[in-house]
Design a protein around this ligand. Structure first.
Ligand code: ADP
Ligand code: MG
Length: 626
């Protein structure tokens, strides 16, 4: 007997020994990188002139698109067509940037830049950068890329992660996984493979325009994000501006033109980077001012100019440590080009009382870790499934009757995670249900952030409280939330993948958490009040319906007594005393007991009569037949 090998038409038998080519991509605010791990060595891929970093800048001209250095060269001539730092706008709403002096928005409802090539969304800008990286890598690796791990800040929310995925799709890149940047840095140092039982790691990431501090816990190769903090408007660019102001002051240029300002900024950046290696630097300023041809800047001058910014990062570190209730960390990893500055390294070492890990290039470490993870995920290292776990930054829940939040997944739950809970209808005969998904730590819907709303239809009409609707929240490994509502009786089903209208910055997350703690007492009160009001409303509605139907069972005096009790309840319901509402609800409940008993008697009688009539009828029929 001959065994035939069956292959898809045209595909041919695939040799299973072939390594799949997967890459890691650090899609940065200032610079982006692409790296490859071939199982033995790690390689950060460079451009034609030996540059590993691709500036995250895209120029959309009338007739061509340029990316990176070539785009930056257009910045001064055509600022509106040259888009930088688009990452901070990924997955955000237009409203957040309407007053931003640095962006020219295209008309319309969506967040898009007005360029000579038409309206371009932040997703399209990111896609252009990703496509350029792919085009850089494929010829060097001599193979098409079969998948990529793309890194995102740990605080990126669902919308921001979705937008990153969309950008990759547009660039023709299959996303194996979105990986948190600090986790990627830890992986690059091989900390996921260390023997220690458990340790806490701080990742200090100071880039061009952003500062992120993340605390990770590692337990037997599993990472968990304990807390994130930082400042989305603090980075090396601030160092540049401070030094540029100093240069302009030295040159006695009190009112510099925008060209002079730009030149000073470029000189400042060059000087700052040179001062990382040298104790002092001499700048040629002949094209900036007539008075002087060159000035010398000492490292100590730069250090005193940037000290306040460094102090702000340390403040954020201390806050994040306190927030996570972490007293000490076992390791600190430096990430981001600005951590090359010696003063930054020193300050971080003093703050944590530890010599930080910095043997890997801080600009490249994130891309390196992503490349390692990509190699595992693409299936090149079978049986070596490193699990990378992250947590969700804010609790997820849904709106219940009375504007209250029922929490389904608690903040800091490790993802992926799925939780289900059963809900029911609030009104008799209710056939639809609005599922309103919210995010936050507060008890009232109005104080939380609304993520999505969808309707479950086709609930069979039943009395209030009889329907059983199971709502499931599922957060996948990328942090994307899917909510499903399922009516148990009919199997009616409805779901939504959450694509919130705008994202949250880490600052906003901190704000929401703070508000949650600060208002905890007040929120409990609000919750009690809401619950008491819902109960009271239910009783009043039931009573009104019963009176309309069986009011004749009561004497005038009894009716008056009930009405007085109901009016008393209505009066306290308008107030904000949950105890008073509960007391009034209870006394109205007691007052209705006799009425309820009589109604019960009447319905039993009616039922018995019903039985009797049919029985009689059938007896008669039988009798007739006899
Ligand atoms: P991002 O993560 O925001 O994309 P990077 O990690 O690439 O940013 O960091 C960019 C910043 O690092 C810029 O402000 C740049 O000036 C700064 N930088 C790069 N090299 C050096 C250096 N040798 N010394 C000091 N700062 C540097
Ligand atoms: Mg970065």
């Amino acid at each position: 007997m001959v065994l035939l090998q069956i292959a898809e038409p045209g595909a041919g038998p695939e040799p299973n020994t072939q390594r799949k080519v997967a890459v890691g991509i650090d899609l940065g605010t200032t610079n982006s990188l692409i790296a490859h791990f071939d199982g033995a060595s790690l390689q950060v891929l460079q451009d034609g002139s030996g540059n590993p970093s691709l500036p995250s800048v895209v120029y959309f001209g009338a007739s061509d698109v340029r990316i990176g250095q070539a785009a930056m060269a257009q910045a001064s001539a055509e600022p509106a067509n040259t888009i930088a730092s688009a990452k901070r706008m990924l997955g955000r709403a237009r409203g957040e940037f309407e007053d931003d002096p640095y962006v020219t928005l295209a008309p319309g409802d969506t967040l898009a830049f007005a360029t000579a090539a038409g309206a371009k969304t932040p997703v399209e800008v990111a896609a252009a950068i990703l496509a350029a990286l792919r085009e850089r890598a494929e010829p060097q690796l001599d193979a098409p890329i079969s998948g990529a791990v793309i890194t995102v800040p740990a605080y990126f929310d669902d919308a921001q992660r979705q937008a990153t995925r969309q950008a990759a799709e547009l660039a023709g890149i299959k996303v194996l996984r979105l990986l948190n940047e600090p986790t990627a840095a830890a992986v690059a140092y091989g900390l996921d493979e260390q023997a220690e039982e458990s340790s806490v790691l701080a990742v200090y990431d100071l880039g061009g325009g952003t500062f992120d501090i993340s605390l990770l816990r590692m337990r037997k190769g599993i990472f968990e994000v304990l807390a994130t903090g930082g400042d989305s408007a603090l980075g090396g660019d601030d160092f540049d501006r401070a030094l540029a102001d100093h240069i302009l002051a030295e040159l006695a240029l009190a009112n510099p033109s925008s060209t002079q300002r730009r030149k000073a900024l470029q000189s400042a950046r060059d000087a700052k980077e040179a001062l990382t290696e040298q104790e002092s630097v001499t700048l040629d300023v002949s094209d900036l001012a007539e008075a002087l041809s060159e000035i010398t800047i000492d490292r100590s001058v730069l250090e005193s100019l940037i000290a306040p910014f460094i102090e702000r990062t340390l403040h954020a570190c201390r806050e994040t440590l306190a927030d996570a209730e972490v007293a000490a960390v076992d390791r600190v990893v430096l990430v981001g080009g600005s951590t090359r500055t010696p003063a930054v390294r020193q300050a971080v070492a003093e703050c944590f009382g530890l010599e930080p890990l910095c043997s890997l290039d801080p600009d490249q470490v994130v891309a390196m870790g992503a490349a390692r993870q990509a190699d595992i995920l693409v299936g090149n290292r079978a049986g070596d499934e490193a699990l990378l776990l992250d947590v969700i930054p804010l609790s997820l829940g849904l709106e219940t009757y009375g504007g209250l939040v029922e929490r389904i997944i608690d903040r800091n739950s490790t993802i992926p995670v799925a939780r289900a809970q059963e809900f029911t209808t609030a009104r008799d005969g209710q056939t639809g249900l609005i599922v309103h998904v919210v995010q936050g730590e507060r008890e009232r819907v109005e104080d939380c952030r609304s993520l999505a709303q969808f309707e479950l239809k086709g609930i069979p009409p039943m009395v209030a409280g009889a329907a059983r609707i199971e709502v499931t929240f599922r957060v996948d490994a990328d942090g994307i939330l899917e909510v499903t509502a399922l009516e148990q009786e009919t199997g009616a089903r409805s779901d939504v993948v959450v694509k919130p209208a705008f994202g949250l910055s880490e600052g906003q997350i901190t704000e929401m958490l703070k508000a949650g703690y600060e208002h905890a007492g007040e929120d409990m009160q609000a919750r009690k009040l809401g619950e008491a009001q819902v109960e009271a409303e239910g009783l009043l509605a039931g009573l009104r319906a019963a009176l309309a139907k069986d009011g004749d069972l009561l004497s005038d005096a009894e009716l008056r007594d009930l009405e007085q009790n109901a009016a008393a309840l209505e009066a306290v319901m308008a107030g904000n005393q949950p105890e008073a509402i509960r007391d009034a609800t209870e006394s109205l409940g007691r007052a209705t007991e006799t009425f309820a008993a009589r109604r019960m008697d009447r319905s039993i009688q009616a039922a018995l009569q019903g039985v009797a009539i049919t029985d009689l009828e059938s007896d008669q029929e039988q009798g007739d037949g006899r």
